[in-house]
Design a protein around this ligand. Sequence first.
Ligand SMILES: *[C@@H]1O[C@H](CO)[C@@H](O)[C@H](O)[C@H]1NC(C)=O
Ligand SMILES: *[C@@H]1O[C@H](CO)[C@@H](O)[C@H](O)[C@H]1NC(C)=O
Length: 301
Amino acid sequence: MLWRWDYFILAMLLLAELTDLGETAVARNQRKNRRLRNASGNKLAARRKQAGNSRKVSTKKVNQNKKTATPAKIESRIVGGTSTSVSTAPYIVQLRRGSNLCGGSLLTDRWVITAAHCVKGHSASDFTVRAGTSTLDGSDGITRSVDSIHVAPKFTTNKMNMDAALLKLNETLTGTNIGTISMATSRPKAGANVRIAGWGITRESGTTASQTLEAAQVRVVRQKKCRLNYRGRATITKFMICARAAGKDACSGDSGGPVTRNNVLVGIVSFGYGCARPGYPGVYTDVSAIRQWANKVMANN
Ligand SMILES: *[C@@H]1O[C@H](CO)[C@@H](O)[C@H](O)[C@H]1NC(C)=O
Ligand SMILES: *[C@@H]1O[C@H](CO)[C@@H](O)[C@H](O)[C@H]1NC(C)=O
């Protein structure tokens, strides 16, 4: 199973690209495996491993059903999206921790909302936030550090419920192509079109990093249907929204990024089973359900 919080895969691949272009594939794989093993000391990675197993099983099943199944693989960008400029989403930010990447949205010039799974277990000083850039390297953007992290009270990496966190920036973040977005007051209805955006690598083999922001339109799925879709794999709660479109989805590296409708923030990229697979919508945090909590945190900190 490929959860959106596999975002660190992106980091590994980016790192591989930057640091060992001359390295043999064997050496690279060995290094990768070592990293994964190291990481498996924590809960998050343990879940990841499990998830990987169930992905294999399910692929087999799908194949047996003679559906048009692609083998389980890592799709690490907005799948089926098109390149876009940050001017179409001035509220989007890159959230970096070393070479790890997540997305986020500016709610005010001082506060970023992202996925809890992007930040839980790390300290504020580990992160930087960059805004006003369309490119992955972000050299044309403006950078801020993070003063404090506030994780939603019901979040656990196990259930991925209430997958939201707020970051207070060290100073205000404004400038060209930088703006804020307001939180939705009600959940989008089933059938509504919403927009997802994020950065990521362009190929699962990970030798080329995408330099541009990608966006795609997906459609909200009925909650009841999504619950059935994920039965036995994940519990779809009232803090979640599901959305899909044929061949389009969010994927690793997009975690924490915005889901919008008419320039209002309705969701946060959270998780999914594979990416853009038939029968498995992307799962997003319902912003209208965490709004009260978010407003309280921003007012009190
Ligand atoms: C992983 O563990 C090995 C051996 O314990 C160590 O040499 C290596 O630096 C670790 N790598 C990371 C990324 O922590
Ligand atoms: C805020 O963080 C940025 C990026 O680390 C840094 O350049 C800037 O000087 C910081 N501002 C303050 C007021 O500390």
